[in-house]
Design a protein around this ligand. Structure first.
Ligand code: SF4
Length: 118
């Protein structure tokens, strides 16, 4: 099975063709100009991951708090991560970089504040 994807690691945007086995295992990639493209292709076609960003309400602030994951999480877990974020109940003050939820859903990624709210 072949899959076409575009590398997003740099502005060149190489178009790559990934060959997967019948069971979905990675077999080969072509069209990449550098090893970063090959690594991206393998990751994207076998276990795609994404950074998650969101805003959550903060008690004592009229401005919501923007948060993000500290590293990418499996793409299929994004709805569950958003579900956990909807349960968060925090108050001011919040500092830039503060961990709001450590190791969310055992992904190894923390939810961190991307701004300070006083
Ligand atoms: S394969 Fe390499 S050169 Fe091509 S878009 Fe990806 S990072 Fe850039």
């Amino acid at each position: 099975m072949e899959q076409s994807i575009t590398c997003i690691n740099c502005p060149v945007g190489c178009r790559m063709t990934v060959v997967l086995s019948d069971t979905g295992g990675f077999e080969s990639v072509s069209g990449n100009t550098c090893p970063r493209g090959a690594a991206y292709a393998r990751q994207e076609c076998t276990l795609p991951e994404r950074m998650v960003t969101a805003v959550i309400p903060v008690s004592g602030s009229a401005i919501p708090l923007s948060v993000k994951t500290s590293k990418p999480v499996p793409k299929d877990m994004i709805p569950a991560v958003m579900g956990e974020l909807s349960k968060v109940c925090i108050s001011v003050p919040v500092s830039l970089g503060q961990v709001i939820i450590p190791d969310i859903l055992h992904t190894g990624s923390d939810i961190v504040a991307t701004r300070t709210l006083k």
